[in-house]
Design a protein around this ligand. Structure first.
Ligand code: HEC
Length: 488
C-alpha cells in the first residue's frame, strides 16, 4: 500500500501534506508508532536524545521548534537537513513516505505518556558511589550556569568558569559566583561556538595571564561567520584587561558553520601552548596541511611561531600545525608523568577516539575513521591506513568525547596515572588506563548525571565536571567527585 492509499484507508483526503496535517494530523497505528519509534532511536536519538529532549541537536518537543513546527516544515527539516549546523539530510536514505511517518511520530509522541520520558537523576547525589576501586560522593559546586564549557583554577584557589554564550565567571573560595567578568571578547555564538576554554598560565602568580579560546566573529564583519581564536588577558577588579591576541585566522577562512571548534588549551611547562581546532564541519580541511582546521597546533605561549614545529620550512603548511587529521578534538591534556599529549575527539557516528598526539603525525580524518555516517549513507573513508596513527581506543556508539583529564593526585589513589574522559551524548565519565605496551582499556565511572563537557582535577585532588542539562541550557552545573571518606 502506498502512503497516499494508506491515508485514503484512514479516511483522509490527500490534498497536500500541510493541509492534511493541520486539519487532521495523521494518526499512526500502534504498530506504525512503535516502528517509527525504533527508527527514531536508530537514526535520530544520537543527536536529539532518546526522549526527544535534545542533545547535540535541539529538542524536538512542542514549543521548542526553531525551524517551524508544521508538518511541512518538519518534513523539510528531515529531508534536507541543516548540514552546516550538523543536521544531516535524510532525503537520500528514506523514501518520502517514511519521512512523513517520522513527522507523524514526532507530532504524536508528546501526547503519549511514556516511560521513556522519565527524568534521569541529574547533578548531585548524597549516596556513596563506587567505581574503579574508589568510593566517592558527587556534590554540587555551582548551579544555574548556561552551558558551562571550561574550568580552571587561579593559584589562590578561586575557580574560573566559562559559559558558552560568552561569559567568564569566578567562583570564590567562599562558594560565591561572581558576575560575568566585563570586557571579554565578543563571540560568534552559533551552534557549538561561543566562549570555550579557559586556562591559567603556569606562571600566573608572576605574570597574571589567563587564556581564553572562543569562536571569533569574522574580523571586519562580513556576514555570519566565525573561527576558533585565542586571546590572553588579565582580570583586574572584575574586568578583562591588557588583552593580547594569541591566535586568529584571516577573515577569508572564517566559516558560517557552527560546528567543530575544538579549542582546549594546554601548556607544556616549557613555554609552549598546544590547542586543537576541529574540521569546522568541512571534510576537506583536516587533511589539508595549509588549512588551520582539523589540526593540533603549537605556539609559544605569547603567540610567537616556534621555529621547530614539525613542518617548519615547508611554506605550504600552516606554520603552527603540530599534528593533523583530527575531526573535533574536544579533549586535550598533557600528562605530567611522561609529558605526552593526549586527545579525545568526536567521531562521525561512532568512532570517537582517544589518541596519543605525536609531532607531525596524521590521525586520519576525513580519510580514515572507524565511524559511520550519521544518515547511514555509505562512508567515504577507510577504517585504517598504514600512514595514519590508530586511536588507542575508540567509542562506538559515540559518547560525544569531551573534556579529558589526567589524574595523578592523592585523593583517589586507585586512579593515579589514568585518564578521565567525559562524554556529552554518553552522559558519562570513563576512566582510561594505558598500559606500558601501549594498549588501553576503559571503564565507566559515572553515568546519567548530565552531558559532561569538561573534566578537571582540582587543586584539592577532587575531580570536577562541567555538566550540561540537555533539557535546559540554563541549568548547567559544576559538580565534583569527593572521596567518600574525605572531609568537606
Ligand atoms: C548528527 C546529529 C543529528 C542527527 C543524527 C539528526 N539530527 Fe536533527 N538536527 C540536528 C541539529 C544540530 C539540528 C539543529 C539545526 C538548526 O536548527 O540549526 C537539527 C534539527 C532538526 C529539526 C529541526 C528542529 C527545529 O527546531 O525546528 C528536526 C525536525 C530534526 N532535526 C529531526 C531529526 C530527525 C527526525 C532525525 C532522524 C531521522 C534527526 N533529526 C537526526 C542534528 C541531528
Amino acid at each position: 500500500m502506498t502512503f497516499k492509499s494508506c491515508l485514503g484507508a484512514l479516511g483522509l483526503v490527500w490534498g497536500g501534506w500541510s493541509v492534511a496535517a493541520e486539519t487532521a494530523p495523521l494518526r499512526l497505528s500502534e504498530e506504525a508508532y512503535q516502528r517509527n519509534h525504533r527508527q527514531y532511536l536508530l537514526l535520530c536519538a544520537n543527536c536529539h536524545g532518546a526522549d526527544r529532549n535534545g542533545g547535540l541537536g535541539g529538542s524536538l518537543v512542542p514549543g521548542n521548534w526553531r525551524r517551524g513546527e508544521t508538518a511541512e516544515e518538519i518534513l523539510k527539516s528531515i529531508k534536507i537537513g541543516y548540514p552546516e549546523a550538523g543536521m544531516p539530510g535524510f532525503g537520500a536514505l528514506l523514501p518520502d513516505a517514511e519521512v512523513r511517518e517520522l513527522v507523524a511520530y514526532l507530532q504524536e509522541a508528546p501526547r503519549r505518556p511514556m516511560a521513556e520520558t522519565a527524568r534521569k537523576t541529574a547533578g548531585a547525589s548524597t549516596r556513596d558511589l563506587s567505581a574503579a576501586g574508589e568510593t566517592f560522593v558527587l556534590e554540587d559546586v555551582a548551579t544555574g550556569l548556561e552551558t558551562p564549557w571550561g574550568i580552571a583554577w587561579l593559584p589562590d584557589g578561586r575557580m574560573l568558569v566559562t559559559e558558552r554564550p560568552g561569559r567568564l565567571r569566578i567562583l570564590g573560595t567562599d562558594g560565591r559566583m561572581s558576575a560575568p567578568v566585563a570586557g571579554t571578547p565578543a563571540v560568534f555564538a552559533k551552534g557549538q561556538g561561543g566562549l570555550m576554554d579557559v586556562a591559567v598560565h603556569p606562571n600566573h602568580a608572576q605574570n597574571g595571564w589567563i587564556y581564553l579560546s572562543y569562536s571569533q566573529p569574522r574580523p571586519g564583519g562580513g556576514g555570519e561567520a566565525g573561527f576558533t581564536a585565542i586571546v590572553r588577558g588579565k582580570i583586574v577588579d572584575g574586568r578583562w584587561v591588557e588583552q593580547q591576541m594569541i591566535f586568529e585566522v584571516p577573515a577569508a577562512l572564517h566559516s558560517g558553520s557552527g560546528r567543530h571548534y575544538g579549542s582546549r588549551l594546554v601548556f607544556d611547562g616549557a613555554g609552549f601552548l598546544f590547542f586543537g581546532i576541529g574540521d569546522r564541519g568541512a571534510d576537506g580541511t583536516a587533511q589539508n596541511l595549509a588549512h588551520p582546521a582539523g589540526k593540533i597546533h603549537r605556539l609559544h605561549d605569547d603567540g610567537r611561531m616556534p621555529a621547530d614545529n614539525p613542518f617548519a620550512g615547508r611554506a605550504e603548511v600552516w606554520p603552527s600545525v603540530w599534528a593533523y587529521g583530527v575531526r573535533n578534538p574536544h579533549g586535550l591534556v598533557r600528562d605530567g608523568v611522561t609529558g605526552r599529549l593526549w586527545e579525545t575527539e568526536h567521531g562521525p557516528r561512532g568512532g570517537d577516539e582517544f589518541n596519543w598526539i605525536e609531532a607531525g603525525k596524521n590521525y586520519g580524518w576525513a580519510a580514515v575513521s572507524r565511524g559511520k555516517n550519521y544518515n547511514y549513507m555509505p562512508v567515504k573513508w577507510a577504517t585504517s591506513r598504514p600512514d595514519v596513527n590508530e586511536p588507542l581506543l575508540d567509542w562506538t556508539p559515540s559518547i560525544g568525547a569531551s573534556g579529558l583529564a589526567f589524574y595523578n593526585a592523592a585523593a583517589f589513589p586507585a586512579w593515579r596515572g589514568s585518564f578521565l574522559a567525559g562524554g556529552l551524548v554518553g552522559e558519562r565519565v570513563d576512566q582510561i588506563v594505558v598500559s606500558a605496551d601501549g594498549s588501553a582499556r576503559r571503564e565507566t565511572i559515572l553515568k546519567d548525571r548530565g552531558r559532561v563537557r569538561d573534566v578537571r582535577v582540582g587543586p584539592d585532588g577532587f575531580v570536577y565536571l562541567a555538566l550540561n542539562d540537555r533539557r535546559d541550557e540554563k541549568a548547567g552545573r559544576i559538580v565534583r567527585l569527593r572521596p567518600a571518606a574525605a572531609q568537606k
